[in-house]
Design a protein around this ligand. Sequence first.
Ligand SMILES: [Zn+2]
Length: 144
Amino acid sequence: MSEGVKEDLPDLEIPQDLMNRIIEHARQEYPLESCGILAGKKGKIIRFYPMGNTEKSSSRYLMEPEEQLRVFQEIEKEGLELSAIYHSHPHTAAFPSQRDVDYAFHPDSLILIISLMEETVPQIRAFQIVKGKIEKMAIKVVQS
Ligand SMILES: [Zn+2]
């Protein structure tokens, strides 16, 4: 990439079949929040890891710590990056809650939120949260 040339690349590139599985997971857990991890390379998602929500809540989530550690180790072993952490909002919009901002412990990874507020049309948005600042990121769904 030459300097000074702005490339119009998406921040996250998600294959259609993985996107379908992320939405399916959110619907399975409804009315509780689903959560999980997306790994890939340079924003291109390759792997999908659905995780258990130990909070069993419709307004918050916490990934099971041992499961999370195991997935982080597997991602590293495979030479992939932690691209995004996803969770669902069963009843609210696809925008980070105050708790999502307070708990954004992985500034290098994006936060993907799947809103099921409109049952038939899930809303999916990606954000980067660094030091309490929320920035909306671009998602591109590609044919798998
Ligand atoms: Zn949230």
